[in-house]
Design a protein. Sequence first.
Length: 128
Amino acid sequence: MSTGTPSTPAFRYAAVTFDCPDPAELARFYGDVLGLPVAYSSDDFVLLGREGSAGLGFNRLADYRRPTWPDPSQEKQAHIELGVDDLESAQAHLLSLGAVEPSAQPQPDRWRVLLDPAGHPFCITTLV
């Protein structure tokens, strides 16, 4: 029996993605360190991980500036990726919780970029 209230979409931790100047190089490093295989690779993005497990992603950023941590003049670059079953319902749910949709969406049919309430970007995807 339907109550008319939509169910909450299921979320699962998918990956953390690091911005960098060379995704293949950084993926080789972490792949060697953690013993993780490449799960997906393109010129601008590499994902390390095993099927059914959370992974590590590496995203090419053209004007990447190395973090100066602990000096805050150039903050760390990373964002969370969440796996979802349905992009539309997941996005609607997250927006209802206070996320904001930025105008730029690089590949909205594969993943969506949203901003958390503090402005940090994060992604939702059906790829994981």
